[in-house]
Design a protein around this ligand. Structure first.
Ligand SMILES: [Zn+2]
Length: 226
């Protein structure tokens, strides 16, 4: 997916020497605590609700903070974190996601676990954006540090433009448990973007086949159901 929103030229750091930094989307001045995007662009971001989410087969609860797809701060922040390596954005995204998490999801006695990347992709990117989000969410809510329970044993082709059925087949058996980990009863999977849910549901299937009783999924954003 290519971004249709062009970063405002004065958002580049070199300009900080001469001008206050500006929002990369709308060009307004940024407050000192803002990173790349202004408070108004965040306030205008489309919020997801439970009706946006299709039920999944193995995942007990699925929630997301925002809808992904418009030319807005949701898509720009996801892209800037994942493709531009703006790791500092993870804390901003977590801060905006927390008020949209169901309280029960924070309080449930579950181990938090990121959706893993294949090691080749992780090596190329240098980080897993879902793990960064999970770490920031845990730090901000006081939850125990996330645990990497799963690894991706198969690199999967791009999921873009595939239906749920195609995606489910694409990720089948793509995950395995990390052998050194003892399994908890409940796991909350954390991802940056959920599209059809096929990936998190395959993670949930893998965990449940190994004896986990409850698996929830939380994403920063989700795409419109197709
Ligand atoms: Zn803005």
């Amino acid at each position: 997916m290519s971004s249709a929103v062009h970063l405002h030229p004065r958002a580049w750091p070199v300009w900080d020497l001469f001008f206050p930094p500006l929002c990369a989307i709308c060009g307004r001045s940024l407050t000192p605590d803002a990173i790349l995007f202004c408070a108004q662009c965040w306030a205008d971001a489309p919020v997801a609700d439970a009706h946006d989410l299709r039920p999944l087969k193995h995942t007990d609860v699925v929630r997301a903070g925002y809808r992904f797809g418009g030319e807005d701060v949701v898509r720009e922040s996801v892209h800037a974190l994942k493709f531009d390596g703006m790791k500092r954005l993870a804390s901003v995204m977590a801060r905006h996601l927390i008020p949209r998490m169901p309280v029960r999801m924070v309080e449930v006695d579950a181990v938090w676990c990121e959706v893993p990347l294949h090691w080749l992709r992780r090596a190329a990117r240098g980080f897993n954006q879902s793990r960064l989000l999970a770490d920031e969410l845990a730090a901000a809510t006081g939850h125990a540090a996330p645990v990497s329970l799963l690894r991706r044993v198969r690199a999967t082709p791009s999921q873009t433009s595939r239906s749920y059925r195609e995606r489910a087949a694409n990720v089948r058996d793509a995950f395995a448990l990390r052998r050194s980990r003892s399994l908890p009863e409940s796991v909350l999977l954390i991802d940056d973007v959920i599209t059809t849910g096929a990936t998190v549901d395959e993670c949930a299937r893998t965990l449940k086949a190994a004896g986990v009783k409850w698996v929830g999924a939380l994403a920063f954003a989700l795409t419109h159901p197709t």
